[in-house]
Design a protein around this ligand. Structure first.
Ligand code: SF4
Length: 507
């Protein structure tokens, strides 16, 4: 849908942003030309009168005007400002569906990255919990549909995932933490990648990184001592940590183990990502340390797509790497697939899923392709080097069908969903979702998404998140994504992390 003029009766940045989110969900574009437009004018008026949010949409199309209206009352138990924002979105969404007859999207007006947090907050406030302490699933899913206009299926999915996470979330207290170590290297850069992955530099540069990382690790270990934290999970991610040459990789595992591992650690994950970085030496190194979980992420098992997205390995190499890892240790293994990759159709995805399931991984995460800023894909589109058609991306309906079918297949094999998150510009307007067998949940994935546990971030592009339950806010500090900046400014990042820890735990 193309609009020539979009106007709001407010220049409030949040209102502008949330109206943009609703319009983007329906693929509206604001264009500066008369050619092929659907609406000349789209004027949105939002007013708050007492506890009511009123929205009017005035549309001009081919010299004729139409006016549509919607009104909603704020929930008194919620924060007034947040309610106004939700209802501005809800009113506009309803007008687009009811009056302009557009087709709804699976998550309705839910645009945040971590939707299950909303359910956990409701439960903490007693909503959806009976006087006997039983959780009323129907009440929760009904409210998701009423407040956020999610589809019936997504309301059930979100409720299921949120409730499954509760025992994991309850296994943490305010001194239980996780540690994330970011290794910003990869062997090549994938087309869709927006991670801070640098193609592996010279041995001298890697040595410099390891020296700086060691300072960062040691400082984080000191904070753990100082505040008496118990480390529940360790996660080495990136990039692809196994892209490090073997001497550096072994050194990394040794340093992380000495600094952070103790009896309290329930999970130690290493992302091995790409099959072309997993060899016998790396597997032996992994076996020498208390690693409990490995991620092997083919993203697709179609060789033509692997080539197209810039990977240098084949599906056969994924199978070999997986089987070697499986025989080498009794760790859990996660595999990731992406739905909506360039040139892939429904049959490709089905075939990839079947090949992955034949390996019997403990956990399968299904991502939906997102056109993220910083990726080669997005840059080529933004610079008009390529158009969307050049990438032959499956449309939203196809991606949703891929996802629905994959879900049925996974459930049929006793994998059930346990964590999910969403991103902007995600194909099909769906989610990234992890399915696993009972007892194979990745604790870190659940804790990081809920943001109720302190996570110490070490290394490039790592974030430290410290929930301040008194001030009711999340304190954050971020290490640079860019390698040179991280190397140069590591002391500043160490100090920032120490500062927010002192603010929350210092008294
Ligand atoms: S393997 Fe992952 S981190 Fe590395 S370039 Fe590809 S998407 Fe990015």
């Amino acid at each position: 849908m193309r609009i020539k003029n979009l106007r709001l009766n407010s220049d409030d940045q949040v209102i502008t942003k949330i109206v943009g989110e609703v319009l983007r969900a329906f693929h509206f574009e604001i264009v500066d030309e008369d050619f092929d437009i659907d609406f000349d004018d789209f004027h949105i008026f939002n007013d708050v009168i007492a506890d009511k949010v009123l929205t009017r949409l005035v549309v001009k199309k081919a010299n004729s005007y139409s006016v549509y209206k919607a009104a909603e009352v704020v929930r008194p138990e919620e924060r007034f400002g947040a309610e106004v924002h939700r209802l501005v979105k809800k009113n506009l969404y309803k007008i687009l569906i009811d009056d302009l007859k557009l087709r709804g999207v699976p998550y309705g007006i839910m645009h945040g990255v971590r939707p299950t947090k909303i359910i956990h907050r409701w439960l903490r406030n007693g909503y959806g919990v009976t006087s006997r302490g039983v959780i009323d699933r129907d009440k929760i899913s009904r409210r998701l549909r009423a407040d956020y206009l999610t589809s019936y299926e997504k309301s059930l999915l979100l409720t299921e995932v949120a409730l499954r996470q509760i025992p994991i979330l309850n296994s943490s207290d305010d001194k239980t933490i996780s540690v994330y170590i970011g290794i910003p290297f990869c062997v090549t850069r994938c087309l869709y990648c927006s991670f801070p992955s640098n193609v592996l530099p010279s041995a001298e540069k890697v040595a410099e990184f390891m020296e700086v990382l060691t300072r960062d690790i040691d400082a984080a270990a000191n904070e753990i001592q100082r505040y008496g934290f118990k480390v529940q999970t360790i996660y080495i991610g990136g990039g692809t940590p196994t892209s490090l040459p073997i001497n550096f990789f072994t050194d990394l595992l040794a340093k992380v183990t000495v600094a952070f591992h103790s009896d309290s650690v329930e999970e130690f994950t290493v992302e091995c990502g790409r099959a072309d970085t997993i060899d016998d030496d790396k597997i032996s190194a992994l076996k020498n340390f208390p690693v409990t979980r490995i991620c092997v992420n083919p993203q697709t098992m179609q060789d033509k797509t692997l080539q197209r997205i810039g990977r240098q390995h084949t599906a056969a190499q994924v199978i070999t790497a997986f089987e070697k890892l499986r025989h080498a240790g009794d760790w859990q293994i996660n595999m990731d697939l992406i739905l909506g990759l360039p040139g892939e159709n429904f049959d490709d995805v089905l075939d990839s899923l079947k090949k992955v399931l034949a390996l019997n991984p403990d956990d399968v995460t299904l991502h939906a392709l997102a056109l993220k800023r910083g990726s080669k894909l997005q840059t080529q589109l933004a610079d008009e080097i390529s158009t969307l058609d050049d990438f032959d991306l499956p449309n939203d309906e196809t991606v949703r069908f891929m996802s629905d079918t994959a879900e049925k297949i996974l459930r049929g094999k006793y994998y059930s969903p346990y964590y999910l998150y969403r991103q902007g510009y995600i194909s099909g307007g769906i989610e990234n979702i992890g399915y696993c067998k009972r007892g194979a949940e990745c604790i870190y994935n659940v804790q990081i998404m809920d943001e109720r546990q302190t996570i110490l971030g070490v290394g490039a592009a790592a974030s430290t998140k410290v929930p301040d339950n008194v001030a009711m806010r999340l304190q954050t500090s971020f290490n640079a994504k860019d390698l040179s900046t991280y190397l140069r400014d590591v002391d500043r990042y160490i100090a920032n992390r120490a500062k927010i820890l002192a603010e929350v735990y210092g008294n």
